[in-house]
Design a protein around this ligand. Structure first.
Ligand code: APR
Ligand code: PHB
Length: 399
């Protein structure tokens, strides 16, 4: 059986990028359909990072889905760097006038899913064999399998929000793009536990045993990470072994207050820097992880996805409402400029806080000296804080 439909924007992927884009378009009266490979349950339970820049919280509010975030999200005015056992506070508010919001990506995804369901917007979960066609011409279309039927959606535009392993990037003709990539020789072993966080603010720790991060989801749920070799498997790490290793990477104060408990999730995330250029191919646009990946140390992944989507929604709104294609034409360059600045920061922050297997003693000394300089210089502290709260979308000198 063949079924065919028509929409203005076909969105591939119901991660935060696709869902937020769908919500912004809906609020502007633009018709969109989302095709997602996984089940709704899978999407709503995926655990990812949870630090939102102001530009992201503003966008979430603008999209009309910020009520729970504003109620339950934790505003953080700073974070701590624990370097070789010594704490240094990065006063984000004092240094930049801005704060960040700690609110899990899982929760944000659920808020977006709920809004989409409440507005009865069209979403195909468990869409199989999604393929994008004809985006170099005026009438692109998407095909997929759903509920035993072959389906076709004709559209004006395709938004590739299908993450790093998606179908959109895979469909690009060879030679039409360039990829930049670095895979790091370690991963982050993460544990979620229903225990109170060890500290009011996040602690990024770096020492001889490697990196660790103390984060949280609420006053009663914590998220912790330790750097592990890429070859490690989750099955090698019992909860006890994880807590023991974390303790060794913290200071006496944190060791004294750390409350441990059974893990409710445990996984190893590989670390990667990746950018694809350009992000537009005729009537196909890539947004979020489909176009770029950052290592998680700077907490930039979701925030970059949000700004891609902001610019993409504006581009479509300009096209339909004002008959202007300026936003469409500038989409790739405007996104890439912010993406590269966040990629640079995430790479640099990762480099500074992790032990790399090939680092000899001199690199460790260079890193320590750089941190010593940064943490004792107002401009150094400002550099960290400005990047962490998020650099502006434009510097005002681009269209
Ligand atoms: N067909 C349909 N859907 C697909 C396909 C496909 N072939 N391939 C992938 N998808 C779906 C995935 O199942 C997923 O739900 O696309 C979605 C992509 O979501 P994410 O990977 O979460 O990417 P994005 O929405 O861009 O979110 C970026 O997620 O990984 C973090 O750090 C990142 O926080 C950032 C955010
Ligand atoms: C998280 O809470 O999962 C988290 C927080 C900050 C980061 C990365 C991950 O930099």
């Amino acid at each position: 059986m063949n079924v065919s439909h028509r929409t203005q924007v076909a969105i591939i992927g119901a991660g935060p990028s696709g869902l937020l884009l769908g919500q912004l378009l809906h609020r502007s009266g633009i018709d969109a359909v989302i095709l997602e490979r996984q089940t709704a349950e899978h999407v709503g339970n995926r655990i990812r990072a949870g630090v939102l820049e102001q530009v992201t919280t503003e966008l979430v509010n603008e999209a009309g889905v910020g009520a729970r975030m504003c109620r339950d999200g934790l505003v953080h005015d700073g974070f701590e760097l624990l370097i070789d056992g010594v704490r240094h506070r990065i006063d984000l508010k004092g240094l930049t006038g801005r704060s960040v919001m700690v609110y899990g990506q899982t929760e944000l995804t659920r808020d977006l899913m709920q809004a989409r369901q409440a507005a009865a917007l069209s979403t195909y979960y468990e869409a199989g064999e999604v393929a994008v066609h004809g985006y170099d011409g005026a009438r692109p279309w998407v095909t997929f399998k759903h509920g035993g039927a072959e389906q076709r959606i004709d559209c004006d535009f395709i938004a590739g929000c299908d993450g790093f392993h998606g179908a959109c990037r895979a469909s690009l003709p060879a030679g039409s793009f360039q990829e930049f990539e670095r895979v790091y020789p370690f991963g982050w072993l993460g544990v979620m536990s229903d225990t109170p966080p060890v500290n009011d603010e996040l602690i990024y720790a770096s020492g001889p045993r490697g990196f660790a991060l103390c984060s949280m989801r609420s006053h009663v749920r914590s998220r912790y990470y330790v750097q592990v070799p890429s070859t490690d498997k989750v099955s090698q790490w019992s909860d006890e072994a994880f807590w023991d290793e974390l303790r060794l990477r913290l200071d006496d104060k944190a060791r004294a207050t750390l409350v441990t408990g059974p893990s409710i999730e445990k996984s190893i995330a590989p670390l990667r820097s990746f950018v694809l250029e350009p992000l537009r191919f005729g009537r196909l646009f890539l947004a979020g992880d489909a176009g770029h990946i950052v290592p998680p140390a700077g907490a930039k992944g979701l925030n970059l996805a949000a700004t891609d989507v902001k610019l993409l929604a504006e581009a479509f709104i300009g096209h339909y409402r004002e008959r202007s294609n300026a936003g469409i034409d500038h989409y790739s360059a405007r996104c890439l400029r912010r993406i590269w600045r966040a990629e640079r920061f995430s790479w640099w922050f990762t480099r500074l806080l992790h032990r790399f297997p090939d680092d000899g003693p001199i690199i460790e000394r260079f890193n320590r000296a750089e941190l010593d300089y940064l943490l004792h210089s107002q401009s150094g502290l400002r550099t960290i804080a400005e990047n962490y709260v998020g650099l502006p979308l434009d510097f005002g000198d681009q269209g």
